[in-house]
Ligand binder design. Structure first.
Ligand SMILES: Cc1cc2nc3c(=O)[nH]c(=O)nc-3n(C[C@H](O)[C@H](O)[C@H](O)COP(=O)(O)OP(=O)(O)OC[C@H]3O[C@@H](n4cnc5c(N)ncnc54)[C@H](O)[C@@H]3O)c2cc1C
Length: 338
């Protein structure tokens, strides 16, 4: 509730659209953050805690000492009890210590656009027919605009020009052309979400959080949601470990509440499937959503999926009737740890 003023919009539905325009509409409670307000709120909280935010400061090294750790950033050395690494996909610590086995990346590219008419929020629309995955996401904002982003899984961190071209095509030439108009000044919305398996969740006096710590469900990459869900409990755990001087790699390894191993693995395997899925397979995924009850769907999106969801009679009956098998490969890979 303390973040309620940082919410831009609330919806009770979210669409998933296949290339043949078949649509699944999820019913639930979904919100869009006002990122600027959320950032200002969090920065203000940091200041109220007598802490400081430094900009344009690049961490380029660290040195573990007997009873502390030093972080080297620009020309300064910070001596501290603990480094919390939230440096996202480009974290030099994660990369240098080989702490994650990268499976790939989600690339996101888009803009805030004006809306000519109201539109329902769309989680994914596989708008362009293809042998590779490409999804348009549309999040309407208050004030008659929308965040519109093209998302594509990729093997590398290099932003593909094709993604930018496909985004421009989708918003200016397809059936969406009469929905959007360009805003005079709108920043690009761009990001890279890394997907991988953590080899080490922590090092001595270093804890990986956010994307750097792979705390997000791999297939839906809802990392912001996950961070907001667990940051208070994480802070409490960290405080306890600092007070008890339990800041070794082992002591820190369970400081962040994780989703179940089954859920992590299932999402990673779903991401692997998403990485190479054609428009036909996306249609099967949208069809699969029709077979799931609302709770199962929310659990799938937000990374709480468990084996129990696969043996629920209702879900099973509907999936069998639809002869939908798209979920089998990630399930078997998860069960047999492939
Ligand atoms: C367009 C878009 C839409 C999204 N929508 C959603 C959504 O609907 N729901 C959801 O849950 N998530 C969403 N996400 C994902 C979510 O926003 C990110 O996963 C989340 O912000 C990651 O936060 P982070 O702090 O882990 O990493 P980042 O936000 O990547 O922050 C890493 C920071 O570390 C800094 N850094 C990197 N290297 C160094 C260094 N050497 N020294 C110092 N600083 C360094 C970077 O400059 C950056 O500021 C979306 C992302 C994008 C791009």
């Amino acid at each position: 509730m303390e973040l309620i003023d940082c919410v831009d919009s609330e919806w009770d539905q979210l669409d998933f659209v296949a290339n043949d325009r078949s649509t699944f509409t999820a019913r639930g409670q979904y919100i869009l953050w006002d990122t600027r307000r959320l950032e200002s709120y969090l920065i203000n909280q940091i200041h109220l805690n007598n802490s400081e935010v430094q900009y344009q400061t690049r961490l380029y090294g660290y040195q573990p000492l007997q009873d502390s750790i030093s972080a080297f950033a620009n020309s300064e050395t910070f001596n501290t009890s603990l480094i919390i690494d939230c440096m996202g996909h480009s974290s030099p610590i994660v990369n240098a210590t080989n702490s994650v086995k990268i499976l790939g990346y989600h690339h996101l590219y888009g803009r805030t656009l004006g809306l000519r008419r109201p539109i329902a929020p769309i989680a994914v629309d596989n708008v362009i027919l293809s042998d590779h995955p490409l999804f348009l996401e549309i999040m309407p904002k208050s004030g008659g605009t929308a965040n519109v982003v093209m998302i594509s899984p990729s093997a590398s961190t290099k932003l593909s020009k094709v993604l930018v071209d496909d985004f421009n095509f989708a918003i200016t030439k397809t059936h969406y052309a009469d929905v959007f108009y360009p805003l005079r000044s709108s920043e690009e919305l761009q990001g890279i979400v890394p997907i991988g398996r953590m080899r080490k969740r922590s090092l001595d006096r270093i804890l990986f959080f956010g994307e750097a710590g792979q705390i997000h469900p791999a297939a839906s990459c809802t990392c912001l949601n996950r961070m907001l869900k667990v940051y208070k409990e994480t802070a409490k755990n960290i405080e306890h470990r600092l007070l008890t001087n339990c800041v070794s790699a082992v002591g820190l390894s369970d400081a962040i509440p994780q989703t179940s191993l089954f859920s992590q693995r299932f999402h990673q395997n779903l991401f692997r499937q998403l990485n190479c899925c054609s428009s036909d397979q996306v249609r099967s995924m949208v069809e699969l959503l029709h077979c799931l009850n609302e709770k199962s769907l929310d659990d799938l999106i937000f990374g709480e999926v468990g084996f129990g969801h696969f043996i629920q009679t209702d879900n099973l009956r509907r999936v069998t009737r639809a002869r939908n098998t798209i979920w089998l490969a990630p399930l078997l890979q998860t069960l047999f740890n492939l």
